[in-house]
Ligand binder design. Structure first.
Ligand code: GDR
Length: 335
């Protein structure tokens, strides 16, 4: 009998890579999605749309969870969430429902109906307090936006269920993970989409970004999918940081992407007057719009994935340059 896994949020970026990993490893893979009508384009792109069983689950009403969990899974990977900081600032109440209430509903269902099922909860580096040191699992926590507040609560709830009810529950503290399946709500997807447009259309106007000096620890989501899968196969359950261990600015990401596309990016000005031009053509590529700044944008944080490396034998395999190459290749082949 194959092992049975359920991925909540299977049609998202990380859910899709995780589904592919588990399908290839021989699991029977199920997933929840908000709508069965929209085409799961990421699953189709990865060639596994026909190999997973989808179940509809609303983002606000979780009564269907009892029916879904009655199918008895060996593993549940809970990735469904409102995952954009910007959206959480616009819709904090909805974000609490999607991220805290939903996680609690899944944990409660596991406890009541399927206590042997191993449960992974996707958390974020946003809950870790910035420091000059690389951040591991024991680092102090705090939250500076609604998304981070909800993820901190969901992490604490998962820990309480693990300790109080003896469940196998893992929180994954995920630093930024990007890919060719990223949409333009997130800065890497926005940069690649717009730079590819500029490369394909010499009359396309410059686009706008917010704080390009913000720093993040970027990885490829496919690398995280392998780590997430392994985290439920250790003898004991505990939390894991997944990260590359290297800090880069949004500007670094932009510069590497622009260079790979044949531009010669050159920045002038400061703060919201920063502009990047292509030195070869003199063309303006990007300007800054303060509208895309966040009320509080955390200082750069770098992750320390030592526990995942030693317990799970996990190593990232896709470099920063390869991540960007894959994103560009995907968009250039589409247009
Ligand atoms: P983040 O990702 O908030 O780190 O969360 P995002 O790509 O939205 O922002 C990264 C950084 O880029 C700066 N930035 C911009 N961001 C967006 N979206 N649009 C812009 O135009 C722009 N210009 C500059 C932001 O200020 C920020 O500093 C991601 C998500 O995947 C979360 O779900 C996940 O938990 C964390 O990573 C780890």
């Amino acid at each position: 009998m194959p092992q049975k896994a359920l991925i909540t949020g299977i049609t998202g970026q990380t859910g899709s890579f995780l589904a592919k990993h588990l399908v290839r490893a021989g699991y029977e893979v199920h997933g929840t999605t908000r709508s069965l009508e929209t085409t799961p384009w990421r699953l189709a792109h990865l060639g596994i749309a026909g190999e997973v069983q989808l179940h509809q689950l609303s983002a606000t009403d979780f009564r269907e969870i009892d029916d879904i969990i009655a199918r008895k899974f060996d593993y549940i990977f809970h990735l469904a969430a409102e995952s954009s900081v910007a959206t959480s600032l616009k819709e904090p109440t909805k974000t609490v429902t999607a991220n805290v209430t939903q996680t609690t509903a899944w944990l409660e269902a596991v406890k009541n109906a399927s206590p042997d099922c191993r449960f992974f909860n996707a958390v974020t580096s946003e809950v870790l307090t910035a420091s000059n040191r690389p951040l591991g699992e024991g680092a102090p926590c705090s939250a500076s936006n609604p998304y981070a507040v909800t993820k901190l609560a969901s992490m604490n709830m998962a820990q309480v269920f693990r300790e109080s009810f003896d469940l196998y529950v893992v929180n994954g503290l995920l630093f930024n993970h990007e890919s060719e399946l990223r949409d333009a709500r997130f800065v890497t997807g926005k940069i690649i989409l717009n730079l590819c447009n500029l490369a394909n259309d010499t009359s396309a106007p410059a686009f706008q970004l917010g704080n390009v000096l913000a720093e993040r620890d970027f990885s490829h989501a496919e690398d995280f999918a392998r780590g997430i899968a392994s985290s439920l196969n250790h003898e004991t359950s505990q939390d894991y940081v997944f990260a590359s261990g290297t800090l880069r600015s949004v500007k670094d990401f932009f510069d590497v992407a622009a260079s790979q596309l044949g531009f010669d990016p050159n920045w002038t000005g400061e703060g919201t007057d920063m502009v990047c031009r292509d030195l070869k053509s003199g063309r303006e590529l990007v300007t800054i719009n303060p509208e895309f700044y966040r009320p509080i944008d955390e200082k750069g944080k770098v992750g320390n994935p030592a526990r995942a490396q030693s317990h799970l034998d996990w190593q990232p395999q896709i470099t920063f340059a390869q991540l960007i190459e894959r994103m560009i290749a995907f968009h250039m082949n589409k247009t």
